[in-house]
Every structure is written in C-alpha cells, then in structure tokens.
Design a protein around this ligand. Sequence first.
Ligand code: NAP
Ligand code: ZN
Ligand code: ZN
Length: 346
Amino acid sequence: MQAKTMAVFNKDGKFQPHTIERRDPGANDVVVKIEYCGICHSDIHTARSEWGPAAYPCVPGHEIVGKVIAIGKKVKRFKVGEPVGVGCFVDSCGKCSPCKKNEEQFCEVKTVFTYNSTELDGKTPTYGGYASHITVKDKYVLKIKKGLPLDKIAPLLCAGITTYSPLKRYKTSKGKKIGVVGLGGLGHMAVKIAKAMGAEVTVFSTSPSKESDAKRLGAKHFKVTKTPEAFTSMMGKLDLIIDTVSAPHSFTPYLSTLKLGGTMVLVGVSPDPNSLDAFGLIGGRKVLTGSLIGGIKETQEMLDFCARKKVFSDIELIKPEKIDEAYNRTVAGDVKYRFVVDLNTL
Ligand code: NAP
Ligand code: ZN
Ligand code: ZN
C-alpha cells in the first residue's frame, strides 16, 4: 500500500512530498486515514539530527489522529469509520516487565517509535504522521470519543500524555502548587491539565508577551525568568515542577522554588547539556527526575480525562507545505501553542 507523506532528506533539507510503502493490514492491524498531526519539538530535534544522526528520508509526526479505514480479521476493538489516535510508539515486545506493567515506552527489548525507528524485525524503517495513512497494531491505537475536535486533540497524543503522566504520578490535586517551565506545546498542556486536576499553576517563561495567554490557559502566576526576582519571589513555594524547555538552561534557580523534598521533572530534552549546582539539590533535599511520554493504558486514560474535562490544545492549523515555516517559528518561540498539520489537504 502506498502512502503520501511529507519527508525531509537531510538535516538541512526542506520538507518535500514523498511516497512510501506501508504494510497491508495483517490480522491485528488497523489502517488509519490521517486527518491531523501535531508538530512536536521532538520532530524538529529529530528531522534536523540535533539528537544524533537521523535516518533519512525522515517522516516525523507522532501526534496522529484520523479515522479507521480498514481492519485486520482479528481486530475487535475498532470499527471502520471510528476516530482514533496514534502516539509516539507503535509496537514493543509485550512480554517484558515494563510492557507487562503498561509502560511500553520503557520496553526492555525494543520500543518501536512511530518514526526514525525500526520495526521489531530491526530493519523495516518506521515513518510518522505527516502522511496520508498509517498501519498500526490494534493494541497501540487509541480510542477517541466521537464528536470531539480532532485537530485540537492531536497534540494530546504526545504533549498531553508527556505532561499528564508526571502530573498524575506526583499526585497533582487541589491545593498543590505546580510550576511549569516553558510555555510551548508541552508547557501549555501542562498548565491546562494541572489546572483541570485542581492545582495552582505558576508559569516560568522567557517570553514576557505570553503572560495574558498563560493566565487564560489557567495559570495563577507568571514569572519572567530573565530577572532573579522570578525565583526569589517563589522561594520554597512549589510542590512540583514540570520543565518542558527544549534548549540548555540551568536547573538550579528552579530548584530553589521547591518546598522541602519537592520534585522537579524534566520532560524537555535539550540537545546540549544543562547545568546543575549540587547545592540546589542538597539544600531542602530536592528530587530531580525525568519522564518519557506514557504507556498506552495511561494515554487512553489521559484522552478520556481530557474529553471529560474538555481540555484540548490551542492550535494553529497549517497546510503540509508550511511545515518548514512552522519549524522555524517553533524554534523562535512563535507558536500558539501547537502547530497541527492538516493532512486532509496532502
Ligand atoms: P516548544 O513548543 O518549542 O516549547 C518549548 C518552550 O521552551 C518554548 O516555547 C519556550 O517557552 C521555552 N524555551 C525555548 N528555548 C528556551 C531557552 N533557550 N531557554 C529557556 N526556555 C526556552 O517545544 P515542545 O514541543 O513543547 O517540546 C519541549 C521539549 O520537550 C523538547 O525538547 C521535546 O523534544 C521534548 N519532549 C519530550 C518528551 C518526553 O517524553 N520527555 C515528549 C515530547 C517532547 P517560553 O517562551 O515560555 O520561555
Ligand atoms: Zn512529541
Ligand atoms: Zn517489552
């Protein structure tokens, strides 16, 4: 089966139309006609080989939503015509300890990422969601309730689950004080989800112009990090920080805003090293940790939570020929707050 895609052919290249082969549906496969796909900063890090050399041609995209157009004969959970989502990975061994605990993103054998990866056979390349359709094993396909705005749901498949998972793990609830560092795709979802969980949210941003948006999205406080006052005014106040920054920065000033024993979770993945002063952790016994997307079960739970709470992404919908421009604008911080590619026009 051939699929139309938008692909990039080297780290400095521009996106171009490109045809790839997708497998015909096997007994357990679902074929999804892709309608919308979000642009995650991870797509940019990968397409530009910022995290190490990518495999080209590269078709990024792991915030995929669309409709089922075909199913294999053993598929029971899905029907043709239903809205569905596909996130950051499309297979794993299913047998190891993390897989059995519904944390397939940490599969000990191999997590097959949606793009720039290979299937479990170790050789068939995977291509992502900037495409007309995709064939995925039913276990890795997410259900989306009918009648919801699919374009605004696409970013939940990565930005949503990546922020929901640590917010939930560290027990975000009414009365908790949560810091969100960086108001981009992940950051704006962290604000909305933390607020929907009942927390009081403080946004730390390098962009003074984002203050009114941060408050509209649900933040109570907004701190511009270019001045020390951003940190001194928040000293010892926060229970949890979600750091979504995509570029190198120092963790130390943020740690000072945590309560005794508070936790800072890194989800942003700068291509270059960040800095940390050990005193920042020792004083107040702070915890610095990380988090990687979420498993399929938790992703479904997040989609259901967001549907119930009416939490969707703020998006700018673009045509496939504008992907390069959207990448440049995202890197420049000019994104409100997720670009989503309309694949209906591919
Ligand atoms: P994004 O939309 O570009 O947002 C990143 C935000 O970080 C920017 O809007 C900006 O917010 C802030 N920022 C950028 N450069 C900065 C700098 N030099 N210093 C301080 N702040 C800066 O990106 P995204 O899609 O949300 O992704 C964010 C990061 O998370 C990326 O590195 C991505 O690869 C990673 N990621 C990780 C996971 C995971 O599972 N852990 C999943 C998805 C993405 P302000 O203007 O408010 O400062
Ligand atoms: Zn992502
Ligand atoms: Zn496994």
